[in-house]
Design a protein around this ligand. Sequence first.
Ligand SMILES: [Mn+2]
Length: 264
Amino acid sequence: MIYFLSDAHLGSLAIERSWAHQKKLIDLLEEMSKDAVSIYMMGDMFDFWFEYFIHDKSKRQYSPFCKELRKLAKKGIHVHIFTGNHDQWTFGGLGNLTGAEVHYEPCTIQRYGKSIYLAHGDGVLPSDWKTYYPKRIRRKIKRFIFLKKVFNSPFLQFCFRCLPPSWGNYFGYNWAKKSRLKEIANPCPYKGENKEELVLFAKEQENQGNHRDYYIFGHRHIELDLQIASGSRVVLLGDCFQQWTYAKLDNHGRLSLHNYELGN
Ligand SMILES: [Mn+2]
């Protein structure tokens, strides 16, 4: 079996019992480890992850999770971590701590006869978004792309790495908390087949002849399993923050969504 999960947002200041949250995630991974060949964590597993030049003691709060990942790797399970828009600032430390393979870019894998496109999902857009969307949405997308550029700037990253970790973390965790609370108060539901960026992206890929059987994304915190015209399926994983959903690919190449809390 291959498992896919995302968006645990560990360490979020928006939840009260962050230790219980981490424990539940570890329990879920333990459950998966019974028959897993690989486990793909599709981004934003941490609410804020940044590696500074100075040792960051606060990372200790994630020791149980990191230890669990090392345990899985020891068992022979391939553990993959994709970076998301909350935890993209790893410069090798996360891989060392967890023993996981860290992916900074989307990729396509072949497993059990299926081709699968994998990405966190932030900034994944159809190429014609500038003409396709109305002005209001275009403005939102532009703002997001601008921020992404700022966050990815090597110069700014270097400056931020020089900060004392407690300063950087204060800023980072509170920014993340604000966005999490905003999303909880005002969730953005599925926009429909003709508006949801990730679905439009998948459709465009298919139209261009880049066929994949499955497109799997995190980021949106909604659950979706949609078949598009080419027969491909677009799967949005939900999250391991409030919904506790994940996807499973069995040895016959069948993909299904599950809910850990409901036990199905
Ligand atoms: Mn995200």
